[in-house]
Design a protein around this ligand. Structure first.
Ligand code: ADP
Ligand code: MG
Length: 527
């Protein structure tokens, strides 16, 4: 620790201890597990003790947060005339063996072993000071959600071939998996006609002032977001559509989806400065209805636009909560008088309790408004709207074998745009006029296998096909060609992660004190 030279141990501790605490807090915020905390650094795992399908993203959110918090802390201590501090963070993802060590009657510790963990530690050493370094595998899983800068192929101790190292430079534009699917290019939409009809019926009623709630429930990847997307494309031209999405670590932040929704409504862009944002909110509310001016302090607070003498700071939290939710509700109801309003909330299983409170309030009043609330959630989510006459539940099953086959046919015959590991674009599958159905006999068996293994889950089907191409098992060279026996085909990391998070946290049959896990690890150290 060069920066600490000349400091006595007491002084050094006074600087390092708060920095360590910031790092640990960042890990906990994103549900990571601290495996090791040395005097000046920590090693954390994501996706091991709790299976998270987005463990790689969580690791990078944590790493970015650590760097931001540490920078703020460092600026503060520098202003106090003390030595500044910076950290290097290294991140990797892959399978690790997690050994559970019992350290008492109730307490267990996880000790990860494996190449993937040591590579995270190597990344930490390679990271330029004050930055985050990571591997190709992490970049592949997180591309678009985060921005990366290549640091080039680097010789790493213990690895024969040079490793491609990347610096994580910040947040990218993507927040949800479905946004990533859109960017990659959507497969032809199949099935779900019955569900679309039910949504259209609910919208027709809403237009006539009998608003309602339609909620699609189903497993991850079954097509909940896609259904909403297709509905928006065929209905609602005369409506205003407002959308809120949730993220898997969303429970830790109050009102995250509501804030997104308001940004959408007030058309706030990332480049608008604070004054511009305030102007937009103010202008829109005044134009909408002057009698809504009393909602402004609440909207400003939600959007972090209140002046330093925040008028709500002293208010009783319960009252503030109630008035904030009322304010949002009133604005939306008033807006629905101008034209029918479609309000979309996705992935309710991840929402925080404040957003949940607002949703309950909206559901209470939607029945007599020109508003349609569209929601979706995974099967484990519970709510109390089931007995409302204006509530419709759509249970999304996996695709029927016929629809799954149709989807697979188009999947195998469309050019995929997601970058291959080497960065080269993928070739179109079939030559003109040729379709995957005409492909060799092995492919018919492959299609059956994919449908069987994915059980008709569209997300899994897409990931399987993508992985087959990336693993080189499926070649598209004018025609489709299977280059490896089906038995050698590995389940892709993205699918494994979802499967792990869907089960109770352990892959079936491997629930023991020594579990092989695919997870992400971050190693960070002050330097
Ligand atoms: N009916 C469908 N037809 C074609 N592709 C679909 C269909 N349903 C889902 N998909 C595709 O499968 C992937 C996962 O769907 P998504 O809607 O994101 O699932 P969920 O929201 O339930 O997790 C997306 O790329 C989506 O375009
Ligand atoms: Mg979705």
């Amino acid at each position: 620790m060069e920066l600490m030279e000349g400091l006595d141990p007491e002084e050094a501790r006074a600087i390092v201890d708060p920095a360590l605490k910031l790092m640990i807090d960042a890990v906990h915020r994103y549900d990571g597990y601290i495996v090791q905390s040395t005097g000046d650094g920590i090693f954390a795992l994501f996706g091991a003790h709790i299976a998270h399908e987005d463990h790689a993203q969580r690791t990078l959110y944590t790493a970015l947060r650590m760097q931001e918090d540490l920078k703020r802390y460092s600026d503060r201590i520098r202003a106090e005339g003390r030595l500044p501090i910076q950290i290097r963070v290294g991140v990797n993802t892959g399978e690790v063996v997690v050994r559970t060590l019992r350290t008492g009657a109730t307490h267990a510790e996880y000790a990860p072993i494996g190449h993937a963990t040591s590579l995270a530690a190597r990344m930490q050493v390679l990271a330029p000071i004050g930055s985050i370094a990571t591997t190709e595998q992490v970049r592949k899983l997180c591309e678009g959600y985060f921005n990366f800068k290549t640091l080039g192929p680097t010789k790493v101790k213990g690895v024969t071939e040079p490793v491609n190292v990347y610096e994580v430079t910040g947040l990218g534009a993507l927040r949800t998996h479905f946004q990533a699917s859109i960017r990659r290019g959507l497969t032809k939409f199949v099935g779900r006609q019955h569900e679309l009809e039910q949504m259209k019926r609910a919208l027709a009623l809403a237009r006539a002032g009998h608003g309602g709630v339609v909620a699609a429930a189903g497993d991850p990847g079954v097509g909940k977001s896609r259904l909403l997307y297709e509905f928006k494309a065929v209905a609602g031209f005369d409506c205003k559509v407002l959308e809120a999405f949730s993220v898997s670590h969303g429970k830790a932040s109050s009102y995250l989806p509501v804030i997104e929704l308001l940004r959408d409504y007030f058309e706030i862009g990332p480049n608008d400065d604070e004054r511009k944002r305030r102007e937009k909110v103010n202008g829109k509310i005044v134009t909408l209805d002057r009698s809504l001016e009393d909602t402004l302090p609440y909207l400003f607070t939600l959007l972090s636009l209140n002046p330093s003498d925040d008028p709500l700071a002293q208010m009783d939290p319960q009252m503030r909560r109630q008035r904030t939710q009322e304010a949002v509700k009133r604005v939306l109801l008033r807006e629905s008088l101008n034209q029918p309003l479609i309000v979309i909330f996705e992935d309710l299983h991840w929402i925080d309790s404040e957003t949940r409170g607002l949703l309950n309030l909206l559901v209470d009043s939607v029945g007599s408004a020109r508003m349609l609330l569209l929601m979706n959630y995974r099967l484990e989510y519970r709510h109390e709207w089931g007995n409302r006459t204006y509530y419709t539940q759509l249970s999304l099953d996996p695709l029927t074998p016929k629809n799954a086959e149709e989807m697979l046919d188009t999947l195998l015959s469309m050019p995929l745009t997601r970058s291959a590991p080497t960065g080269q674009a993928l070739q179109p599958v079939a030559a003109k006029g040729e379709s995957a159905v005409n492909a060799p006999a092995g492919l018919a068996a492959l299609k059956r296998l994919i449908i069987e293994r994915t059980e008709g889950n569209p997300f899994f089907m897409e990931e399987m096909v993508q992985a087959l191409i990336e693993q080189g098992a499926l070649q598209r060279n004018g025609v489709l060609k299977l280059t490896r026996p089906l038995t050698q085909i590995k389940v892709p990391a993205t699918v494994q992660a979802v499967l792990a998070s869907r089960s109770t946290g352990c892959p079936r049959g491997k629930r023991s004190c020594c579990i092989r896990w695919r997870c992400s690890g971050a190693s960070s150290r002050s330097g």
